[in-house]
Design a protein around this ligand. Structure first.
Ligand code: AMP
Length: 427
């Protein structure tokens, strides 16, 4: 080894990643909570799965021919020889977990689950596209009911709205099912085979022709004008199902735009497919997406389990908030800030801070023996409403100075009366 570990060096976050730090990190928490709160209230239970899974779960579940699986997975071989991948998305893992625990056999369908976590894709980093990103997701397993698709879409649309976002657009499509999709697929393949396309795209026609519709290149897009579109090929059941989802969304006042080309980058979708996009984000405009995946369970060795779900991108929602100039109300973390002036005051105030915390008051302390000026600056910066300032002379009298930081008023309070007085002031 030529590494010289004794030479100091600095480190940065790896390419395509960034650190979430205060104060911005508070917005991330607020976004997660704005999505998660309504899910909990709608009967979704929290699920957490490992950050890595067997590679095969994703190659089978997400799709052998998708970019996610062919190009973007972080894979590794363990010392024991297992082939693992950092999770690139949540649905396959959540379904795997539910099947493994037999949640679907407990007689209470749909199994409704929500999750929040980090996902990893080896993509070319750019604004809004990272190699490590954060999603909040929801899945409803085991029921085929247009109202369930509608419930999830409404919950997502309401979450964006509750955050103050006004420019999120819902794009909707149906991808058909095992009955009508094969016919459409064949018609599309026939059309695509007649186009002037490069080798790689020609290969895609044979493996996953729907994804050619998603090609962003002008040279391809120009040739797709007359392509057969899925809405014209839906069977009666799929057509009725989709009409019902659309009617429920309209009734709920959730606007949407039909896009017959919306296919999404994952193979498992059937019927309802949707994406939430924000025009203020440039190329990476998707702030969330999902759909129905009635065949996924069988693809990963489970029983037939029609299901629907979505994942919202937390990083991009934060960017969308910025783009719209929306600031989330984040209350100050600290209510009370203790400023000891001298050793005796430290000994008296530190236990008092602990006592206040145990009584449910958000309190902090000027550590490191700061002078009064710098300590008061920290108190103001913390957003606290009250400072507790104690010097040796006060303590000799059994009091400290309570300062109301908004009015600047200050008065002495008996030490044992501090918790009561603080609670009275904080209301
Ligand atoms: P997907 O799992 O690809 O359907 O993505 C769902 C949502 O996750 C997208 O709408 C984005 O908001 C977000 N997302 C996906 N990939 C990335 C990425 N590389 N960086 C940041 N956000 C992402």
């Amino acid at each position: 080894m030529s590494d010289d570990n004794s030479t100091p060096r600095t480190f940065s976050a790896p390419k395509g990643t960034y650190d979430l730090l205060p104060p911005d990190s508070a917005t991330f928490l607020a976004v997660r909570e704005a999505v998660a709160g309504p899910l909990r209230a709608a009967g979704y239970g929290y699920v957490e799965t490992p950050g890595f899974e067997q590679v095969e779960l994703f190659s089978r579940g997400v799709g052998e021919s998708t970019d996610i699986v062919t190009k973007e997975m972080y894979t590794l071989t363990t010392k024991g020889g297992d082939q693992l991948a950092l999770r690139p998305e949540g649905t396959a893992s959540v379904l795997r977990a539910a099947l493994q625990a037999n949640l679907h056999r407990q007689g209470n369908l749909p199994v409704k689950l929500w999750y929040s976590g980090s996902y990893y894709r080896y993509e070319r980093p750019q604004a809004g596209r990272y190699r490590h990103f954060s999603q909040v997701g929801a899945e409803a397993l085991g029921v085929e009911d247009p109202a369930l698709d509608a419930e999830l879409i409404i919950l997502a649309a309401d979450a964006y709205r509750s955050l103050g976002l006004r420019e999120v657009k819902l794009v909707l499509n149906s991808l058909g099912d095992a009955k009508c999709r094969p016919g459409y697929r064949a018609a599309l393949q026939e059309f695509l085979r007649g186009l002037d396309l490069d080798e790689q795209t020609r290969e895609r026609i044979e493996i996953n022709p729907l994804r050619v519709l998603d090609d962003k290149r002008e040279s391809v897009r120009g040739q797709l004008a007359g392509a057969p579109m899925i809405p014209d090929h839906l069977c009666d059941d799929c057509r009725a199902y989709h009409a019902s989802v659309r009617a429920l969304l309209t009734e709920a006042g959730v606007p949407f735009v039909d896009d017959p080309r919306l296919v999404r980058g994952l193979d498992y979708y059937t019927r309802t497919t949707f994406e939430f996009v924000h025009d203020g984000l440039g190329a990476q405009s998707g702030v969330g997406g999902g759909g129905r995946y009635d065949g996924l369970s069988e693809m990963i060795g489970g029983p037939a389990l029609p299901s629907v779900g979505w994942a919202l991108g937390v990083d991009r929602i934060v960017l969308a908030l910025r783009a719209e100039g929306v600031t989330t109300e984040v209350p100050a973390a600290t209510d009370v800030y203790a400023v000891p002036l001298g050793e005796a005051a430290r000994s008296a105030l530190f236990p008092l801070v602990t006592e206040l915390r145990r009584a449910g008051v958000a309190a902090d302390f000027a550590y490191g023996g700061k002078g009064v000026k710098s300590a008061m600056k920290s108190a103001n910066r913390s957003g606290a409403r009250i400072a507790l300032v104690a010097g040796d002379r006060d303590l000799a009298d059994g009091v400290l100075q309570l300062k109301d930081l908004s009015s600047g008023e200050q008065w002495p309070v008996q030490l044992d009366q501090v918790p009561t007085e603080v609670r009275k002031l904080l209301g």
